[in-house]
Design a protein around this ligand. Structure first.
Ligand code: SPQ
Length: 428
């Protein structure tokens, strides 16, 4: 797709539903007894993979755009799937579903696309095996395809070496089906959508700053879920509004869960003109409106506890940093290497092609700003939605048009991304 510079970005958009919350709404609805309704569900390819997997286990799910109804019959009603559970490109689907399958007394086989085949699974399969599940796969259960024979689990106290909501959620979902109590402790707190939503489905959990515990045998009760807009998707337009001159963008109903708002902290630290207007709701997931205007930006140092709160936003933060005065350092983010692509390598290679001054480091990157981006090159998402969207925003600024390859990858989390960008753009 050929994209060219814009003069400004102005207007209001409704960011599609949060991907992490959408996945969980379908999974937990499938485990609950009764009718769960979901509003503002994200109809992106990743969440549709989750729906397809649970349908294969006998769950009746109606999906009409962003409205979803799940007719749950309880966790014991899930049936043995008669063919492969295909997770497509979705790490969240496979890792959380493994936690559910670990406790089911049947056999299942799970796999996804080429990117999923490269992503590490032992981080989840190891603790699940410790609990009693029988799981195998390539390289001793590290890579797909995986086979699972679940059941007869015991609770564990698991200390995770990385802050990961997918590990935490998988172990807690197995813990719900285990004898006794299961506790997961992390080095820093990761996103807590699982804890919040399990609570909304009637499950009791106990939490400390960096751990969550659940006792097995609790039943989930159907719930009505509203999914706020995805702050990870909003991050692309927050950055665009901050770096494209003469811009003002209003983003409605964006999720403001504090375990996800690292991007807001970074924008404020860099001097962005950002207004946050929280909505007064009593809902499990806080949300509100965001207004961003273009302004002068300064570099920042980003590392430590904030990393899990903005891990998926690092590709777009790298672009933001190219337009800030000084050198931005991103560290403690080695997890980027095991996402849909190695996001340290793909961010550095693609931004360099369009004129950014950026270096990879062992656990992050250094970006030297402020640089005019020349463009005039062909770049690629490498099949990674977040790299594709970052390049889409970069094209608004480049001196010469750029050709972005593999833009279809964006459909996993934001199918209407270019529609929204075109709606806001004023061209020469
Ligand atoms: O689902 P997937 O492919 O893992 O998606 C990503 C993304 O960029 O959309 C990561 F590549 O988000 C993860 C996120 O990085 C979604 C997620 C969740 O919903 O629990 C948690 C994070 O991953 P992790 O490995 O830190 O638990």
């Amino acid at each position: 797709m050929k994209r060219e510079k814009v003069l400004s970005l102005n207007g209001e958009i409704h960011i599609p539903g949060d991907k992490s919350i959408s996945h969980r709404s379908v999974m937990f609805g499938a485990l609950a007894k009764g009718k769960t309704t979901v509003k503002n569900f994200l109809p992106g390819a990743d969440c549709l993979s989750t729906i397809a997997c649970f349908r294969k286990m006998g769950v009746s799910i109606e999906q009409n755009g962003s409205d979803v109804t799940i007719h749950g019959k309880g966790i014991n009603a899930l049936c043995e799937p008669d063919s492969l559970l295909d997770v497509g490109n979705s790490g969240t689907t496979i890792r959380l579903m493994l936690g559910i399958l670990a406790g089911r007394p049947f056999h299942s086989a799970v796999a996804g696309d080429e990117s999923i085949a490269k992503r590490p699974m032992k981080r989840v399969t190891e603790p699940l095996k410790q609990m009693g599940a029988v799981i195998d796969g390539r390289a001793g259960g590290e890579f797909t395809p995986l086979s699972v024979r679940g059941g007869n689990l015991n609770g564990i106290e698991y200390v995770s070496p990385v802050a990961s909501a997918q590990i935490k959620s998988a172990v807690l979902l197995a813990g719900l089906q285990a004898e006794g109590t299961t506790t997961v402790t992390e080095p820093h707190k990761s996103r807590d959508h699982t804890e919040r939503m399990l609570n909304a489905f009637g499950v009791e959990l106990s939490e400390t700053k960096t751990s969550a515990s659940v006792t097995g045998g609790q039943e989930l009760r159907a719930a009505d879920i509203f999914v706020p807009g995805d702050i990870s998707s909003a991050a692309f337009f927050l950055t665009a509004g901050a770096i494209v001159p003469e811009s003002r963008i209003v983003l409605k109903n964006v999720g403001l869960n504090p375990t996800r708002t690292g991007i807001i902290d970074v924008l404020q630290q860099m001097g962005a003109a950002l207004e946050v207007i929280p909505s007064e709701t009593g809902s499990a997931e806080p949300y509100g409106d965001l207004i961003i205007e273009s302004s002068a930006l300064k570099a920042a140092e980003i590392g430590g506890e904030i990393i899990p709160r903005l891990i998926d936003e690092i590709p777009i933060i790298a672009l933001l940093a190219t337009q800030a005065e000084g050198t931005t350092i991103i560290k403690d983010a080695a997890e980027l290497k095991v996402k849909e692509t190695n996001r340290i390598d793909t961010v550095v290679s693609e931004l360099r092609k369009i004129g950014a001054d950026i270096e990879p480091t062992e656990d992050g990157m250094k970006i030297h700003g402020k640089k005019t981006l020349a463009g005039g090159a062909a770049v690629s998402s490498h099949g990674d939605h977040r790299i594709g969207m970052m390049l889409g925003i970069a094209s608004c600024l480049t001196q010469e048009p750029i050709e972005i390859l593999q833009t279809e990858a964006i459909d996993v989390s934001y199918p209407t991304f270019f529609e929204h960008l075109n709606q806001l753009a004023k061209k020469a």
